[in-house]
Design a protein around this ligand. Structure first.
Ligand SMILES: [Zn+2]
Length: 384
């Protein structure tokens, strides 16, 4: 096994990151960057496979090493679309002091660069090391769902993601994320002449009661918030009649141990409970709003998790500061891996302006991330 020193791999961060930023990979156009990485692997004689997700879209999976344990390092290949008001050219990495500006530099071509440099260089002695590069993270996680549905994705013991660090810089470890889902509630009643109006048959009044009662779900804990709110509503009334159909759409953020399924049950129960003081003939239908992939469910890693503790020690020794595990109030591909029971830990570089103009990543923070990741793998090799 080769060990990393600060003089060899760190000097490669800028050239590789520049190449990644120069390739536009706004979803669903990840093919060019994926082809570039495949050529790089071929040149380096690194075995990899393409996993088709859709026409012209594929994940890349590479593996090296032998052993029972399987550790994966993950990055996504796509970025969001370029927004206006860039002061530099978004597809040209522009270095000013410690900041490297460019579209996706922070989210997450910086992390992608670190994962690639690590994977190409590190040769594990006692475990299998896998690289997961996925498409469509910035959209609906088509790549991660395709991966997790295959043998290559469902078997990892631990996935390390190098998404941007929003809190605590190089000391932070993302140990959990909220779940997020969208639900619909349909209320139906026969259309009646408007002079036959009755409060007990007013489905929009029932809708108002449901909206109000669902706020009992909302709470704030020491690590996150859960809530449900109405995001959209339509109602149908024909001419001089009473309302016959209401469609309500709710957005929900949930905290573990809640799952999207338990939020669905809660909404159903609430709707039926509120309907008790209304006409018996009102029909209620509750479900997920359709999308091609499932909504992402909440997770939180146990604080006694062995990988978490090795990572905490590694961060302590590299940064000389205590590691800070924290919970994040957004969803990512990490939720997809965690929903399969895989340990998922996030470490990232610092930066700014993700998903907006003048996005930048800290080069020194990328350098530290590279050291942390390599040191973590070495620690695993020593204790597996
Ligand atoms: Zn990201």
């Amino acid at each position: 096994m080769e060990e990393l020193t600060s003089t060899d791999e760190s000097v490669r961060i800028i050239p590789l990151l520049s190449q990644f930023v120069a390739i536009n990979s706004v979803y669903p156009h990840e093919k060019k960057i994926a082809d570039f990485i495949c050529r790089l692997f071929t040149k380096r004689k690194i075995k990899y496979r393409r996993q088709k997700v859709e026409k012209n879209r594929y994940n890349i999976i590479a593996e090296k090493g032998k052993g029972e344990k399987l550790i994966a390092i993950y990055a996504h290949l796509d970025t969001v679309a370029k927004s206006s008001h860039w002061k530099t050219k978004p597809l040209k990495l522009t270095v000013k002091g410690d900041r490297a500006y460019g579209l996706g530099a922070w989210d997450m071509k910086g992390g992608l660069t670190i994962n690639l440099l690590t994977f190409m260089r590190y040769n594990p002695d006692h475990f299998r090391l896998r690289l997961y590069l996925c498409v469509d993270e910035e959209n609906i996680s088509l790549g991660a769902f395709r991966l997790i549905g295959s043998e290559q994705g469902a078997t990892a013991d631990c996935v390390i993601s190098t998404e941007p660090a929003f809190q605590y810089g190089n000391q932070g470890i993302v140990v959990g994320r909220i779940g997020r889902s969208v639900f619909h509630v349909n209320l139906f009643t026969p259309s009646r002449h408007f002079y036959k109006y009755e409060t007990a048959k007013d489905i929009n009044l029932l809708a108002a009661c449901i909206i109000k009662e669902l706020t009992t779900y909302n709470k704030k804990t020491h690590y996150g918030k859960q809530f449900i709110f109405l995001r959209h509503m339509t109602t149908l009334t024909n001419g001089l009649s009473t309302p016959q159909h209401s469609l309500l759409e709710f957005d929900a953020s949930s905290l573990p141990p809640d799952t999207n399924q338990s939020v669905l049950e809660f909404i159903k129960k609430t709707a039926y409970k509120m309907a008790q003081s209304f006409d018996r003939n009102i029909k209620i239908e509750v479900g997920y709003r359709y999308r091609p992939t499932p909504f992402l469910t909440a997770y939180r890693t146990n604080s006694r998790n062995a990988y978490l503790n090795i990572l905490k020690k590694t961060i302590g020794s590299v940064t000389k500061h205590t590691a800070k595990p924290y919970f994040r109030s957004s969803v990512a591909d990490e939720n997809v891996f965690a929903s399969e029971g895989i340990t998922v830990l996030g470490i990232g570089a610092t930066g700014g302006n993700a998903h907006s103009s003048n996005e930048w990543v800290s080069l020194s923070s990328l350098n530290t991330l590279l050291k942390i990741l390599n040191q973590f793998l070495k620690q695993l090799d020593d204790c597996v």
